[in-house]
Design a protein around this ligand. Structure first.
Ligand code: FMN
Length: 358
């Protein structure tokens, strides 16, 4: 199968075209520092062609989920270094997803002094789990001043540098699922009147400046981008506007020799959105990674048809640390069980056996 052949992403030699999608598991300590069990968890999954480590905040202001990781200080960098060392020792490749939560956040989950920031003071609908206060409605975020926007872009670049210090093979900017860059480019969360709001170019400006700053910091070929034109985060948006916006984004990305563009939630790419993904594939000239509801068969077909260069698997990586081996040998997959997706501790994280141990 073509999926199992070695692949390259610019500088990176991958053992296959199968990636482990970024998966928030909330096993860090309260200071957003990765813990020892995370070293084992990622090392167990080093058989993936590429691991994309879970969404990690570049700023104290962006660590809005309880126990999610950060990478904005030396302690966090050193803890991540232990993770990347273990993955490299096991023969794997690992990049870090850089995720600023923006308004999807709560003060109770943030470090002291950090703030819930967003393009505009418009709250996310729904509730968030906090440390002490259980579920809380999302707060009204503080609209970022222009100075804060510029500072935030520099935080991404600094995180990219720290990711190199921590031994990562690259970074993936999280521009999907309603987090900060997505909050800038969606009309429903951005009512700014400066150059970061208004028309499409302006709403995309934050993301483009983040990409530029990270690319300048570590090299564009070590920077990937994830977007989700098909996900729930965009359900508030006008569909025709979304098509125009993402087509423009795909065009603008051709200015940068990025590692890849990653599209998530492919299962929802139906109707007008199916046309959109075809347009993105035609418009964007670099490597494309797809994720969402793939099976071994559909992944192989996508690679063979030239629809994608890489396929990422999310939920199946939680209970199948040896996913590539299971695919290669046609071994059955362990059932998806969401009980321990976001709980603390080792249970449900590192106790999934390989097929031949189970
Ligand atoms: C427990 C869990 C945590 C996730 N965390 C992230 C994340 O940190 N960043 C991200 O971009 N997507 C995240 N996702 C989405 C996955 O990366 C992936 O897009 C999704 O699971 C669909 O792929 P699948 O059908 O192969 O599972 C998460 C999904 C799950 C189930």
């Amino acid at each position: 199968m073509q999926l199992f052949l070695p692949n390259t992403l610019h500088h990176l030699e991958l053992s296959s075209s199968i990636a482990m999608a970024p998966l928030t598991r909330r096993r860090c300590d309260r200071a957003h520092v990765p813990t020892e069990i995370m070293e084992t968890y990622y090392a167990q999954r080093a058989g993936a062609g590429l691991i994309i480590a879970e969404g990690t905040s570049p700023s104290p202001n962006g660590a809005g989920y309880a126990n999610m990781p950060g990478l904005y200080n030396t302690t966090q960098m050193e803890a991540w270094k232990k993770v990347t060392d273990r993955v490299h020792q096991a023969g794997g490749k690992i990049i870090l997803q850089v995720m600023h939560t923006g308004r999807i956040s709560h003060a109770n989950n943030l470090d002291e002094g950090a703030q819930v920031l967003a393009p505009s003071a418009i709250p996310q609908a729904g509730e968030i789990t906090t440390y002490e206060l259980d579920k809380q409605p999302y707060p009204v975020p503080k609209a970022m001043s222009r100075t804060k926007v510029k500072e935030c872009i520099q935080e991404y670049a600094q995180c990219a540098r720290l990711a190199m210090d921590a031994g990562f093979d690259g970074i993936e900017i999280h521009g999907a699922h309603g987090y900060l860059p997505n909050q800038f480019f969606n009309e429903s969360s951005n009512q700014r009147s400066d150059e970061y709001g208004g028309n499409r170019e302006n709403r995309l400006r934050f993301l483009m400046e983040v990409i530029e700053a990270c690319g300048q910091a570590i090299g564009f070929q070590k920077v990937g981008l994830r977007i989700s034109p098909f996900s729930y985060a965009d359900t508030q948006e006008n569909e025709n506007e979304l098509v125009a916006l993402y087509t423009l984004l795909a065009m603008q990305l051709n200015d940068f020799p990025l590692a890849y563009l990653h599209l998530s939630h492919m299962g929802e790419a139906v109707g007008i959105k199916f046309e959109l993904w075809k347009t993105i594939r035609k418009t964007y000239q670099g490597n494309l990674m797809l994720c969402g509801d793939f099976t071994l068969e559909t992944a192989e077909r996508a690679i063979q048809n030239g629809d994608a260069n890489l396929i990422a698997f999310g939920r199946d990586y939680i209970a199948n640390p040896d996913l590539v081996e299971r695919f290669k040998n046609n071994w059955p997959l362990a059932e998806r069980d969401r009980t321990h997706w976001y709980t603390n501790g080792a249970q449900g994280l590192i106790d999934w056996p390989r097929y031949w141990e189970g």
